[in-house]
Design a protein around this ligand. Structure first.
Ligand code: TRP
Length: 369
């Protein structure tokens, strides 16, 4: 008996008062001196995940990947670890073609490397190569009230988007995401604003776990991207492959030209001589990311010196030029898939000890094994 009470009290991590944690726990925690050394990493670790959603588009880069690269470089400078994961388990909640999933996973890996992730500076791996995360997800399921999941906005959205395939994975999606992050005891999570509800849920799940079993995991914090939401070529919806409003940055120049030329500009600028409104024009907003002189471009629109077509042509050429080296690297990487697979396997292998240590600790705390 006393053994099991000792297990509940974590003198170095007084549990937060959970509904079931009675006063005895608190008193005992307060009475005992710290015995267990902190298992939190000395430096914050960074982690993020990205879906293998096919051809990489501008929204992926501006909304997520640039941020991944910046954090990777900060990690090198400041001596903390950055881990990036292609989340193929998550992808299974809405895509069910095995060959396509396998290919997209590799395409995403090649895109990430082409756009600046360096497997020598960060760890890049595929989620299913470290299956410990599914065990942690199950364990987190047992501290997660169903109500939290039913209320998640993305769950409601996906239920509406795929009414014929409301699988349980859609509901559990955020629990797996929480496990993704904290399996590595990561606390910095570079994400786009659209992921805020998921991250909030991750924090709640971590709090629920820590309250029940003692402070095991740090609460993850979002590191937001500069570009909050990147709108698609329609100028209305978030750029997304499923909407079909993307600019495929690693695609052929002609594809990029076509996609950029199809962009909706300021809908109130009808005549060539009408002044444009750069602050609401999606094309003008995108120029921000492709040249220090974007204010001059805006001035041209505002004074009707330039037309929307000129501004779009310029944007297309700038995007093509900006991503030319990445396009080349992407091609090279995709031309040698065995080597790319090896890089990913090495990534998963490198961080195996972290996953094993976390799982050993979690099992012990929860009374397993
Ligand atoms: N849900 C994220 C997205 O759709 C992907 C993701 C999975 C993720 N696991 C994660 C992001 C962990 C950050 C941290 O973009």
């Amino acid at each position: 008996m006393s053994g099991s009470r000792g297990r509940v009290a974590r003198p170095d991590y007084p549990p937060r008062p959970a509904p079931s944690a009675k006063l005895a726990t608190m008193t005992e925690a307060a009475a005992k001196p710290a015995a267990r050394p902190s298992t939190l990493p000395a430096k914050p670790r960074a982690f993020s995940g990205i879906q293998p959603s096919g051809i990489t588009h501008l929204g992926n880069d501006l909304g997520a990947i640039r941020n991944f690269v910046a954090l990777q470089n900060r990690g090198v400078a400041e001596g903390f670890e950055t881990i990036y994961c292609i989340v193929d388990y998550h992808a299974l909640t809405s895509s069910h073609d095995p060959e396509i999933l396998r290919l997209r996973t590799l395409e995403m890996a090649a895109s990430l490397i082409a756009l600046g992730l360096d497997p020598d500076k960060c760890t890049l791996f595929v989620q299913s190569h470290r299956p410990e995360v599914t065990e942690l997800c199950w364990l987190f399921n047992t501290v997660t009230p169903v109500g939290w999941l039913l209320r998640t906005p993305t769950y409601k959205e996906k239920r509406a988007n795929q009414p014929d395939d409301i699988n349980h994975g859609l509901l559990t999606y955020p629990v797996l995401q929480a496990a993704d992050i904290v399996l590595w005891k990561a606390s910095l999570v570079p994400i786009g604003k659209d992921q805020a509800p998921h991250l909030e849920l991750s924090r709640e799940i971590v709090r629920a776990f820590n309250a029940r079993y003692g402070e095991t995991f740090p609460e993850p914090k979002a590191v937001y991207t500069e570009a909050p939401v990147v709108l698609g070529t329609d100028g209305v919806k978030k750029m997304s492959k499923s909407v079909g409003n993307t600019i495929e940055i690693l695609g052929e120049p002609d594809v990029i030209r076509k996609q950029v030329m199809s962009m909706v500009t300021d809908t109130q600028r009808i005549m060539r001589s009408d002044p444009g409104r750069p602050q609401v024009c999606n094309v003008c907003q995108m120029h921000r990311h492709f040249g220090a002189d974007y204010e001059e471009v805006w001035e041209g629109e505002r004074t009707a010196r330039t037309g929307c077509v000129d501004t779009k042509k310029l944007l297309a050429e700038r995007i093509i030029a900006h991503y030319a080296p990445a396009r080349e690297t992407y091609r090279e990487l995709m031309a040698d898939l065995p080597r790319l697979r090896r890089t990913l396997e090495e990534g998963a292998e490198r961080i195996r000890p972290i996953a094993e240590a976390t799982m050993a600790e979690v099992r012990e705390r929860m009374g397993l094994r």
